[in-house]
Design a protein around this ligand. Structure first.
Ligand SMILES: *Cc1c(COP(=O)(O)O)cnc(C)c1O
Length: 417
């Protein structure tokens, strides 16, 4: 059987399920920390390196706190995400606001926190100026248009993506903010999502370093921070390999030495804003089998649903599944693993070969640590699950309780009926 490892024994998971009830997402703290240290190590050659965790991936303050203690900042794109970063003690340039179609109140909050504001459009310069003034430090998100290597299925071709400013606009952007008083400059892009080919990140870095050189030559703008965005993929399928971060780091170092250094731009700070690769592989959605149904196909119904994990339903994304205690049995049954939404794409897996499943079996869906719980919605009156944290000493903390029916009704006033 193709296997993915679990950070707990069968007995341990059974006892957690017994204590907390199912379903739940559980995150493995020590694995997250080890992974973050690996990323930082891969860029330890840089004059300065900062990973701003994309809060939208796992917007839980207990996770953000662990990351902040490892020296990570926060990449936010909404007012609640800025507030979450603030709640865990992040301030100033440890926070980046990379939003789009941005409301004034987000700019105001970012300004109050001293966060780096990363503008998504040339028209936002005047908007920002009018609403909160132009800060000393300002960054722009670059959209390179049609890329040499094309886009991918999640973000699409950058040309079709709504994000960022064009190549023509970017020069005007920096001239304009400088004339309005900006003194320090960042340059950002995010062109890819869930990409496993290391060359994409190396080529992105090359494109950005060359652009920084051009900005210096044409406008005498000195870029202080180059933010390469997120988008590093994770091996959702057991046969896939993770991105070799050391290789990516080494190759980007080489590109830096070939572009930034000879043009006299050293030192430039390198930043990233990964979400998925930081927490994704270290979260697990644990559910119990509620029903089995045999009609034209064989279905296994869980006590979780799309409210807990949207990716299979909306992207057709693969998430590996383990049937706890049956890891060594042959995969001689084929099932659709489904939730309870009245929505036929509420399926965690379709035609998946698995061992024989019985009612009350514990089912683990892998790689739910990023864009998992966070994406959930309440359609059909479904409530989102609790989130647990597996501590390095293997104790478990509840870091978000499950939603209740009162939460679901919280925005209604029944007394006016
Ligand atoms: C979503 C997002 C990220 C994180 O993407 P991952 O695929 O989780 O690494 C980073 N930056 C921006 C602007 C985003 O929208």
């Amino acid at each position: 059987m193709v296997k993915k490892d679990l950070p707990f024994s069968v007995e341990k998971l059974e006892s957690i399920a017994k204590e907390y009830g199912t379903p739940f997402h559980i995150y493995d703290e020590s694995a997250i920390i080890k992974n973050v240290r690996g990323l930082k190590e891969a860029f330890s050659w840089a004059p300065e390196f900062k990973e701003y965790f994309a809060v939208k991936a796992t917007p839980n303050p207990y996770i953000l706190k662990i990351l902040a203690e490892e020296g990570l900042g926060a990449d936010c794109s909404s007012l609640p995400e800025l507030i979450l970063a603030e709640k865990v003690g992040l301030r100033g340039e440890d926070i980046v606001l990379t939003s789009n179609n941005t409301p004034a109140q987000e700019y105001k909050k970012a300004r109050d926190l001293g966060a780096i504001i990363n503008l998504d459009d040339i028209s936002h310069i005047d908007f920002l100026d009018k609403e909160v003034g132009i800060p000393e430090m300002i960054s722009f998100r670059y959209n390179p248009g049609s890329l040499r290597q094309g886009g991918n299925s999640i973000i699409g071709n950058p040309e079709d993506a709504k994000y960022g400013v064009t190549r023509e606009q970017i020069f005007e952007c920096y001239s304009k903010v400088r004339s309005l008083g900006a003194k320090r400059f960042g340059l950002h892009t995010m062109v890819i999502s869930n990409e496993l080919d290391p060359n994409f990140f190396i080529e992105t870095a090359r494109m950005m370093f060359e652009l920084a050189v051009e900005l210096k030559r044409k406008l005498n703008i000195c870029i202080e921070v180059i933010n390469l965005g997120g988008g590093i993929g994770i091996p959702y399928r057991p046969e896939q390999e993770p991105v070799d971060l050391n290789y990516v780091g080494k190759m980007i170092e080489k590109v830096y030495n070939d572009t930034i250094v000879p043009n006299g731009l050293n030192p430039i700070k390198i930043a990233m804003e990964c979400g998925r690769m930081i927490t994704g592989p270290y979260g697990y959605l644990v559910s119990k089998v509620l029903h089995k149904k045999e009609i034209y196909k064989n279905y296994v119904g869980l006590d979780s649903c799309m409210a807990d994990l949207m990716r299979p339903g909306i992207y057709g994304a693969y998430h590996h599944i383990s049937v706890i205690g049956k890891e060594h049995l042959p995969l001689d049954h084929v099932y659709d693993i489904v939730g309870s939404l009245c929505e036929n794409n509420d399926k965690f897996a379709i035609d998946r070969a698995l061992p024989k499943i019985d009612i009350n079996d514990l089912i683990v869906i892998h790689d739910t640590g990023a864009h998992g719980h966070a994406m959930g919605f309440n359609y059909n009156g479904k409530l989102r699950s609790q989130e647990l944290l597996l501590k390095p000493d293997k104790t478990v903390n509840l870091i978000r309780r499950a939603e209740t029916i009162d939460d679901y009704f919280a925005t209604l006033d029944f007394s006016l009926l």
